[in-house]
Design a protein around this ligand. Structure first.
Ligand code: ZN
Length: 345
């Protein structure tokens, strides 16, 4: 089969389109013929090499995908050949203490498609049946590929971890990114009374205002922490969504209200921010980690997408042959939402 392949770690020159053996659905697995995949920051990290996460080469990246069921492995029920599906990108053991509680993303052997095993930038993939979900009917293949990882991550951050309640206020850093673009929609859906977003791009700030943000701050022009306090009568916001890390952490601490919750799922600008412990204890802040999501969260998200309460945000679509250009688009940080790769029939 045709696939995007990493032959080693490095820059985009290690990425090519090649031919790999056809995957086969093992027991409990489903073979999916993919028609679209989406890129995440994770794919850049996997290409570069993540300390402590060994990769077997040739490696197929990609965590998000939409396609049709082509074959069912032994023992798989509830799915039919030809059905259009999306993939839940997290894989778990099913038997550890966290899996038994339904906490898939806390699994002690947690894996992500395209990181720990072959991903979705390929014509075919074999995945456990538990990862295969019916695609929302009204979406194009590209739209259906564009939400699972990022929107599920944002859903868990706001709905489960931060437990955002109607009437609360939210600050979302770096609104062009996939997680942030979905966090904006999910904050609105959860009934937030004030959603403030930041970006260093006028175009992204304008787009975010159209997509429901109340206030859009250009972090190149204002001190975000100070401005948020100003906008909230010195109170600060109840919840901060921070996937940026080093560059935004101090602003997150400053912007949070007393008893506020800061929820982090990533560190695209670096993992070791300057910390201010006095702010954390004096304001009695909760610092919440979050990663990926559970099946319950993914199911709830799918319902919200089906009801058009959460809309897929597609930045640009590339063909599989142009996968390097797709990576460059993600790396440029210029886009709003998800970069999608179309996989020709
Ligand atoms: Zn487990």
């Amino acid at each position: 089969m045709k696939a995007a392949v990493l032959t080693r770690h490095g820059g985009n020159d290690v990425l090519s389109v090649g031919s790999l053996p056809e995957p086969v659905a093992g027991e409990g697995e489903v073979l999916v013929r993919l028609s679209a995949a989406a890129l995440n920051r994770l794919d850049l990290f996997v290409r570069d090499g993540i300390p402590g996460v060994p990769v077997e080469f040739p490696h197929v990246p990609g965590a998000d995908g939409c396609g049709r069921v082509e074959a069912l492995g032994a023992g798989v029920t509830g799915l039919a050949v030809g059905e259009r599906v999306v993939l839940q990108p997290g894989l778990s053991c099913g038997s550890c203490e966290f899996c038994r509680d339904g906490e898939r993303s806390l699994c002690v052997d947690y894996e992500i498609l395209g990181e720990h095993r072959s991903g979705t930038l390929a014509e075919r993939i074999a995945v456990p049946a538990a990862n295969v979900w019916k695609a929302p009917g009204q979406l194009t293949n590209e739209e259906a590929a564009a939400f699972p990882l990022a929107a599920m991550t944002a859903w868990r951050m706001l709905v489960t971890r931060a437990a955002l309640r109607p009437g609360e206020s939210v600050l979302i850093h770096g609104v062009g990114g996939g997680v942030s673009a979905y966090a904006l929609q999910i904050a609105r859906l959860a009934g937030a009374s004030l959603v403030i977003v930041t970006s260093g791009s006028e175009a992204k700030l304008e787009r975010a205002l159209k997509m429901g943000a109340d206030v859009a701050l250009d972090y190149r022009k204002v001190d975000v922490g100070r401005k948020v306090r100003e906008l909230t009568g010195k109170r600060g916001v109840d919840v901060v969504v921070d996937s940026v890390g080093a560059a935004t952490w101090r602003a997150s601490l400053a912007a949070a209200a007393k008893k506020g919750r800061i929820v982090t799922c990533g560190a695209t600008s670096g993992p070791n921010p300057e910390e201010e412990i006095r702010t954390i204890f004096w304001k009695q802040l909760s610092i919440l980690g979050s990663t990926m999501g559970t099946d319950a969260e993914f199911g709830a998200l799918l319902k919200a997408v089906e009801r058009r309460r959460v809309l897929p945000v597609v930045d640009e679509v590339f063909s599989l042959n142009d996968v390097r250009a797709a990576y460059e688009r993600v790396e440029s940080g210029a886009g709003y939402g998800k970069v999608v790769v179309r996989i020709p029939e």
